[in-house]
Design a protein around this ligand. Structure first.
Ligand code: NDP
Length: 246
């Protein structure tokens, strides 16, 4: 199966930003999308919008830090649409601050969502992919892990842990049944940095995002490109950043 039309795609973090844009892009191209996040009102509004436009979508509340929740999310996709072709592990948070501030709670939250959350997705989706004999795991990591800068130490660490995970999984899965893709966006205009608790770091990040951030649809198109390739073609890593980002 190649292309996007008819594929069943589960997306975590679909209530805003990159996840929402990805759902709209893929649904517009004929995929059935299963939307996961905690803010179910947003998911339901997005699912209604997609359905009204003639697409197929289901909204499922999921907290990716909770393994049974992620299992239920994947089960819901299979129950509703009969299979799961792609799992997009996109949910993420950025509690960035200098390490010296010792925001241990923020570190743990980032590990729980950005790393443990993706691992929960892998644990839930892989058995389904193996059963079907085919599947595609897409994760949204970050240029933070490629160019290391101050204040992003733990955030970048979680993203690079996921990058490492996917490369090992790729090498373990060369029987043709699994494709893996890591997408590394640079600054993208979303709500991501609004939750940063350090006032200076948050203001700087918001300013930079407003100044140079690209539209989340750009990342959605990159995800669509990886998905639409024929089964024997794996897009491993992609970096999408503003042309002016240093
Ligand atoms: P947003 O804040 O707009 O989206 C983050 C999404 O993650 C929301 O849908 C949120 O939904 C969801 N989420 C957060 N915590 C949880 C949780 N515990 N369980 C389930 N869902 C959760 O930001 P982006 O769209 O920018 O972020 C998407 C991904 O892109 C993240 O992994 C981020 O690290 C990455 N990224 C973003 C960049 C940027 O510049 N924007 C750059 C590089 C990477 P809810 O709160 O409803 O649960």
């Amino acid at each position: 199966m190649s292309g996007i039309d008819g594929k069943v795609v589960a997306i975590t973090g679909a209530s805003s930003g990159i996840g929402e844009a990805t759902a709209l892009e893929l649904a517009g191209r004929g995929a059935a999308v299963v939307l996961g996040a905690r803010r179910v009102d947003r998911l339901e509004a997005l699912a209604a919008r997609i359905t009204q436009d003639g697409g197929r979508a289901a909204a499922v509340t999921v907290d990716v830090t909770d393994r049974p929740d992620v299992n239920r999310f994947v089960d819901a996709a299979v129950e509703r649409f009969g299979r799961l072709d792609v799992f997009v592990g996109n949910a993420g948070i950025a509690r960035t601050a200098p390490v010296s501030e010792l925001d241990v709670e923020g570190w743990e939250a980032m590990i729980d969502v950005n790393l443990r959350g993706v691992l929960h997705g892998v644990a839930a989706a892989l058995p389904v992919f193996r059963r079907q004999g085919r599947g595609h795991l897409v994760t949204v990591v970050s240029t933070s892990g490629l160019k290391i800068v101050p204040t992003q130490a733990v955030y970048a660490g979680t993203k690079n842990a996921v990058r490492t995970l996917l490369e090992a999984l790729r090498q373990e899965s060369t029987d043709g049944a699994l494709r893996t893709t890591s997408i590394s966006p640079g600054f993208v205009r979303t709500e991501l940095v609004d939750a940063i608790t350090d006032d200076d770091v948050r203001r700087q990040a918001q300013d930079r995002m407003a100044e140079i951030g690209i539209d989340p649809a750009a990342v959605a198109r990159a995800i669509a490109f990886a998905i639409e390739q024929p089964d024997d073609v794996e897009i491993g890593d992609m970096t999408i950043r503003p042309t002016v980002q240093n």
